[in-house]
Design a protein around this ligand. Structure first.
Ligand SMILES: Cc1cc2nc3c(=O)[nH]c(=O)nc-3n(C[C@H](O)[C@H](O)[C@H](O)COP(=O)(O)OP(=O)(O)OC[C@H]3O[C@@H](n4cnc5c(N)ncnc54)[C@H](O)[C@@H]3O)c2cc1C
Length: 451
């Protein structure tokens, strides 16, 4: 094979498929190497165990997917995914108050992660220069020391032989336990990282709920109010007329062993939420599935853009770079934004692709990371590097959350920021600052109970 022809993508998860979609326009051949078996339908799989839990796709993710896979949103809907009005059909209890509900003009799609991934995979299979190698596990990089360049990978297909595949570009999309980190560390290349310990557990189950005229929502979020409350949950309609219930607990508040014992202990856990809404929905209903568990002891941002001697020919994307607190539902949308960035750089024939890409990825992650850890650090048990001006940022954000229960303009602005379609600076609009100051003043005059 003459080089300058082939790109290899390690990992066929969401980021891997997105990266492959983008590079397929610029390389003759793209090979996605995935250690899982070929999926036979929209079912959970071993390599993406988080897929058993609720996965929300934010507006930025949905818009970006539509650019990369035109028509995919319609496909989601025609196969059962639930189209909702983002501010009308979402009931959200946050920091002790329900968000105001109204038609803000935005829609969102509710579906399971396997359903979303399955549709992307079907699209990918129609791209003639993309091949999936399932049941293949990448074990090592082939490295040209002289050029400090990754020139391929060693892959294990389950038999005794290890195959070597050469490529001009290798994209590591193998997720949080990525090969690159350990490979680089072994070579004495340390990757600066930020790590924040959150001790988060996810427990999920699906249900078929009886119809109820009282149910005026499609998704309900009951977030814990930190620092006192650590347990929260979500109930969401998904394809197949099912509901996924995901319960979460920060700082090991949930005794997972106990909850996994039987169905009733899951229902018992739902009683510990700040509101009993989810408990009332599921208490008399037989679940459709066993309880799944996923633990996120810490979140991590590996700052590859700071590594000076990163070998050429290697790009890192998705959870390989950053695992963010999943409670805010941003991971897949970050991957979409990264893929679109890569597309732009390839279209512009960017000179220093690797360096520029990793710098731009950092620019995507940085404000999101900041926004998320401001919330995580509301718990005194959270450890890690705190952001500058934490107390001020927490005070300001809390006011935005509380005002979002009364003020449509503020809630709509917050929704845009949460959905990664507008920068956080829109929340510093004079109209919003004025409301925040007014609220603070009223609270000071009347006492903390005035909302
Ligand atoms: C509990 C939980 C809930 C979440 N909820 C949301 C949400 O609501 N919304 C949202 O947007 N995001 C959510 N996320 C984040 C989201 O799941 C991730 O951001 C997303 O999966 C990242 O995709 P990825 O492709 O980078 O990594 P992964 O999904 O981890 O995929 C990596 C792939 O690489 C394969 N692989 C790994 N190593 C190798 C190897 N050596 N050789 C070959 N293949 C390999 C794996 O089998 C896997 O298929 C959640 C995460 C968790 C943990």
């Amino acid at each position: 094979m003459s080089r300058n022809e082939r790109a290899i993508i390690i990992g066929g998860g969401v980021s891997g498929k997105l990266a492959a979609r983008v590079v397929s326009d610029f390389f003759k051949e793209v090979i996605i190497i995935e250690r899982d078996q070929e999926p036979q339908g929209p079912f959970p799989r071993k390599g993406a165990p988080q897929g058993q839990h609720l996965h929300a796709l934010l507006h930025a993710g949905e818009n970006g997917l539509e650019i990369l896979f035109p028509g995919i949103t319609k496909k989601f809907h025609s196969s059962g995914a639930v189209k909702i009005n983002s501010t009308q059909d979402l009931a959200w209890f946050h920091h002790g108050v329900w968000k105001v509900r109204f038609d803000g003009g935005y829609t969102t799609t509710l579906q399971t992660r396997p359903h979303l991934e399955w549709h992307i995979e079907q699209y990918m299979k129609c791209i003639p220069n993309v091949t999936f190698l399932y049941n293949h596990d990448v074990q090592n990089y082939i490295y040209n020391e002289e050029k400090n360049q990754i020139i391929g990978i060693d892959v294990f297909d389950g038999s005794d032989t290890v195959k070597s595949l050469f490529a001009d570009l290798v994209v590591d999309a193998s997720g949080v336990s990525s090969l690159s980190s350990s490979w680089l560390n072994k070579r004495g290349i340390s990757i600066p990282e930020q790590k924040v310990n959150i001790g988060l557990s996810y427990l999920s189950k699906s249900f078929q709920l009886p119809e109820s005229p009282k149910r005026d929502w499609a998704i309900k979020l009951v977030y814990p109010n930190p620092p006192q409350e650590k347990i929260g949950g979500t109930i969401s309609k998904v394809e197949g007329n099912r509901y996924i219930v995901t319960l979460i607990g920060y700082h090991n508040e949930v005794n997972a062993k106990e909850v996994l014992k039987n169905d009733s202990s899951f229902i018992e856990l739902s009683k510990k939420l700040p509101k009993l809404d989810i408990y009332h929905e599921i208490k008399d209903v037989a679940p459709l599935s066993n309880t799944s568990i996923y633990r996120v002891p810490h979140i991590v941002w590996r700052q590859f853009y700071k590594v000076r001697s990163l070998p050429d020919g290697l790009l890192l994307i998705g959870d390989t770079v950053c695992r963010i607190d999943p409670v805010f539902g941003q991971g897949m949308s970050i991957a979409v934004l990264e893929a679109l960035t890569l597309q732009k750089l390839l279209q512009n024939r960017s000179h220093n692709l690797q360096k520029t890409f990793h710098k731009k990825v950092a620019k995507i992650i940085s404000p999101i990371w900041n926004m998320v850890i401001i919330e995580d650090f509301r718990y005194p048990e959270t450890t890690g590097k705190k952001p500058a001006g934490l107390s001020f940022q927490q005070w300001y954000a809390k006011n935005i959350f509380l005002l979002s229960s009364q003020n449509q303009y503020i809630y709509n602005s917050f929704v845009k920021v949460m959905n990664l379609v507008r920068p956080i600076t829109i929340l510093m609009h004079p109209r919003i600052i004025k409301q925040v100051l007014k609220k603070t003043y009223t609270t000071l005059l009347k006492g903390p109970d005035s909302k």
